[in-house]
Design a protein around this ligand. Structure first.
Ligand code: AMP
Length: 229
């Protein structure tokens, strides 16, 4: 199963992709996380991406496409994967179509978390992330048990550099102008819109409600029982 998780920055894609990946036993691939790892490792790709990401713009299609193609070649992706934050341009969507055809992956199922734009800035500036396991917290409605510390592995949480108000505003503008048209590209395919302005558990229930009939029909549901709500 190939899943594409869409939504503006701050719509909760990271939280949902972790839950879906655990539930279905497929890798969640976040191009944003991959690019941050490249920056940390000081690679040529990381150096090329750094200033673009810091300003809230999009890294070039060629670079991201190549990185993605390489990632989905790993054995863990052979039976499916979830993409979080890719494709973000129509060019990337066209590239993904060609990749899917070439590698004979299944037709992607698109999940769109729709959140009103005016709710996003507050959500993003109160977001914290574990740099180790990548789990995402929100000081407003999903705080860690101990302030500033990851519940899962005890690592001190960080604020992502691009979650400052100025950069967040630019990221939202980029989403609206460049990524929103990608949704039109998928509209007549396996496209599902989900209200993203609800609790993470409510959203996950909505997602499993959409996916359960499909995965049980395909006979590959599910790696683990659904986590408790
Ligand atoms: P994210 O963690 O998905 O919010 O991504 C953080 C940043 O990484 C974005 O603001 C972009 O600068 C860059 N990025 C992530 N995915 C892509 C992509 N598919 N295409 C271009 N840039 C990307």
């Amino acid at each position: 199963m190939v899943l594409l998780l869409f939504g503006p920055p701050g719509s909760g894609k990271g939280t949902q992709s972790g839950r879906i990946s655990n539930w279905l036993g497929i890798p969640a691939i976040s191009t944003g996380d991959m690019l941050r790892e490249e920056i940390k490792a000081g690679t040529a790709l990381g150096n090329a991406a750094q200033s673009i990401m810091a300003s809230g713009g999009l890294v070039g299609d060629d670079l991201v496409n190549r990185m993605l193609a390489q990632r989905v070649s790993s054995p863990d992706s052979a039976h499916g994967f979830l993409l979080d934050g890719y494709p973000r341009t129509v060019e990337q969507a066209e590239y993904l179509d060609r990749l899917i055809e070439e590698r004979q992956f299944q037709t992607p199922i698109v999940l769109h978390l729709d959140v009103p734009m005016d709710a996003l800035v507050g959500r993003l500036t109160s977001r914290r992330q574990c740099p180790q396991c990548k789990r995402i917290y929100n000081l407003l409605h999903q705080p860690p048990r101990t302030p500033g510390i990851c519940d899962d592995d005890g690592t001190p949480l960080i604020t992502r550099k691009d979650d400052s108000e100025e950069v967040v505003t630019e990221r939202i503008r980029t989403y609206d102008e460049v990524t929103r048209p990608v949704l039109a590209y998928y509209q007549d395919r396996k496209y599902h819109q989900i209200r993203g302005d609800r609790s993470p558990s409510y959203i996950f229930e909505a997602i499993t409600g959409i996916l359960e009939p499909i995965v049980s029909k395909n006979g590959n549901c599910c790696a683990k029982p659904k986590p408790p709500i």
